[in-house]
Design a protein around this ligand. Sequence first.
Ligand SMILES: Cc1cc2nc3c(=O)[nH]c(=O)nc-3n(C[C@H](O)[C@H](O)[C@H](O)COP(=O)(O)OP(=O)(O)OC[C@H]3O[C@@H](n4cnc5c(N)ncnc54)[C@H](O)[C@@H]3O)c2cc1C
Length: 452
Amino acid sequence: MPNRCDVVVLGAGLAGLVAANDLVAGGADVVVLEARSRPGGRVLQQTLADGRRVQLGGEVVGPHHLAYRQLVDELGLTLESSFTQIFGHDTHVLLDGREIVDSFGWLDKADQEIYLRCDDDFGRLASTVDPADPWSHPHARELDAISVADWLRSRGATPNVVRARRLAMLALAAESPERTSLLADLRKEATAPEPRFYDYDTWESLRVAEGSGTVIQQLALPVSSRIRYESPATHVRVTSGGCTVRTSDGEVFSSDAVVSALPVGPLRDITVEGVSDARLASLHSQRNARVSKVVYVYPDSFWERNDQNGSSYFEEGIIGGTWSQRDGILSALIPAERHGIFEGTPNSLVQAELLGEVERAFGPSTAAAEQVFINRWGVDPWTQGYITAWRPGDVMRVGPLHGTHEPPFYVCGSDQWVCGYMEGAVRTGRAAAAAALSGGWGGAEARTKWTA
Ligand SMILES: Cc1cc2nc3c(=O)[nH]c(=O)nc-3n(C[C@H](O)[C@H](O)[C@H](O)COP(=O)(O)OP(=O)(O)OC[C@H]3O[C@@H](n4cnc5c(N)ncnc54)[C@H](O)[C@@H]3O)c2cc1C
């Protein structure tokens, strides 16, 4: 592989692979530097002996994830319904006992009414936010300064209503509503056709039938000769006359442009020269929620025999929630605020304790797991997270440079979209490639073109 090319892409995750494919299609000579010995980053798939494909990272998408859906279509893969179509009820493991009921049915009637009113108010407010430019909102600073939980209380939410939102957010391993910027949450939901509180039907009702890891395999294939594995970038130097990228073993690649497709944590660990202080300050102040994923493998979905759909919410413990990945396979996430407790658990106890947790939701049959996969994404040096986290004040702190470029330094990756999902990786990967191509790699095209 030559050490001189048109564009160096940092990272062979979904965003980097999408960008590399589009750049190559546009006629660019590309080298992709990848720290790991595999492509895919936060998308990771394992095939079991019986042929079932297990997703250990990114898994499901929503109908409004148009860029991802188009990509799946272009690759000749298929989308099918996910866990949201499974028959049965949600399970809530509360401090005061287990409830098998949908839609937070353990709330009393008065609380349910307040919950629905807050949901409507949230949706209406989200409709006033432009997800591509939340900074232009007339009350951007105030909306960013307040947490989702404080806003709920200001709308008359009772402790139980805030508790329900907390359970919902921890189940998807987002940060708690007490630590989430209202503006960031509004911005995320403003991408949905009918904005309201995060909703599985909107965000998670589809999956790639062949597995989300198969998307990666297909994207990596056409650019395989251009990917340099086990080559973490450590130094990037950008000038209008050309760029250089140094890897950990001292090898230097020179190019006209650099496309960074790195998550925000690993990007902080490398030295970037020649990019404005304002841009680096913006990139370096982005957060990612440090999370782990656990996948339990069973012969079949035994929970369905008890009218449980596999979706659960845990008020206490290590797991935030579970969902049914596919037949007999249960996914679970350990949210950031419980991650420290998880990391402190001795290895000899981890599996038994994780099984004990799901037993509280689905009963003693959980002990019969054939396999338990544990992926500690939050402490993986090449990920350092899961999806973006926005504390109060973060949207203004990161500012309108979020998701934009400084040619010949282009930035993409799911963290550069509203939340850090696969949709964001595809949108920003494609946008970065288009910007680099239209700017002749180092041209003046500065704004990422992803839209709501
Ligand atoms: C447990 C889990 C569950 C998820 N579930 C979903 C889901 O159901 N739906 C959804 O839409 N999204 C989900 N996501 C998020 C989604 O997987 C990611 O947002 C998306 O895959 C990120 O793609 P990316 O290319 O931006 O970043 P990444 O996939 O993180 O790719 C970045 C690449 O850069 C490499 N790298 C890091 N540092 C260096 C370096 N110094 N030099 C070179 N290479 C480097 C990494 O190894 C990696 O390959 C989940 C994520 C996790 C972790």
